[in-house]
Design a protein around this ligand. Structure first.
Ligand code: ATP
Length: 252
């Protein structure tokens, strides 16, 4: 397996987590608030290291990767990225290219092209010269997603990338992730929207109270799992792609 998580325990927040991820798969982590989803992504991305257990990518312990090597392998978009410095949108996204630049071999043109193309894909071109501090929360979020995408790492971790985005940009981000996934990137994404998760991912990992409750193919979700995870009554529909749509039963 490409990514292996074995006997992971962290501060009673994550308890005996075991799972593996296939290369080039699209995985969503679902679970209630406080379940441990963000903590798991922080551990996978080497932002938290004092856990017990072992995480390997390509059979190598993540703790043994050098920083630059790891940044080429994996990038993360955190849930809350708050900009504090007055950089332009363009410069902020260009920071994502630093791992590909060296003092002797600056492929400036390619970096510039990649940044501009990503800004265009995320409807950010018109803000290119604007200070990131003067953008709305959703626009800032798209800038940080762009910064992570231009890093061109093999694995992309995204913590609620669609939170506070309008529906058009939620879909745009998910379509872009799907496109990147089809070029071979491995995606691990925390989402709260069950239906978007089902429609875009291959697999769903359900977490509750710091433990993995279930891992299932997105095509064959058992409604009982959702009942167990969220304790709500759901109605189930089929959409035009013949995928299941879950909607909470609303009392009359
Ligand atoms: N820095 C911290 N110190 C101590 N406890 C923390 C810290 N960060 C998170 N926790 C706790 O760890 C648990 C898991 O938090 P985490 O942020 O991973 O949840 P989550 O599943 O991502 O939730 P949400 O859906 O609300 O974003 C929560 O109970 C939270 O209170």
């Amino acid at each position: 397996m490409y990514i292996e998580i074995k006997n992971l325990n962290y501060n009673n927040i994550l308890k005996n987590i075991n799972f593996s991820i296939k290369k080039s798969s699209f995985n969503v982590i679902l679970g209630p608030n406080g379940a441990g989803k963000s903590t798991l992504l922080k551990i996978l991305s080497n932002n938290i290291k004092n856990y017990s257990g072992k995480i390997t990518i390509n059979n190598k312990n993540v703790k043994n990767y050098h920083n630059k090597e790891f940044a080429k392998l994996l990038s993360i978009i955190h849930q809350n990225n708050t900009p504090s410095l007055e950089f332009s949108v363009y410069d902020t996204v260009m920071f994502g290219r630093y791992i590909h630049q060296s003092r002797f071999n600056q492929n400036i043109k390619t970096d510039k092209e990649i940044v501009l193309e990503t800004l265009k894909n995320l409807d950010l071109l018109e803000y290119k010269d604007k200070s990131i501090l003067k953008l709305s929360g959703g626009e800032q979020k798209r800038v940080f997603i762009a910064q992570s995408i231009v890093q061109e790492s093999d694995i992309l971790l995204l913590d609620e990338p669609t939170a506070n985005l309008d529906i058009k940009h939620q879909i745009k981000i998910l379509e872009l992730c799907k496109k990147l996934n089809k070029t071979g990137k491995t995606i691990i994404m925390v989402l709260h929207d069950i239906n978007l998760a089902i429609n875009y991912s291959d697999n769903i990992i359900f977490i509750k109270n710091g433990t993995i409750k279930n891992i299932t193919s997105s095509n064959s979700i058992n409604p009982l799992i959702l009942d167990d995870i969220y304790s709500i009554n759901l109605e189930i529909f089929n959409n035009s792609n013949n995928k299941k749509i879950f909607f909470p039963k609303i009392k009359k």
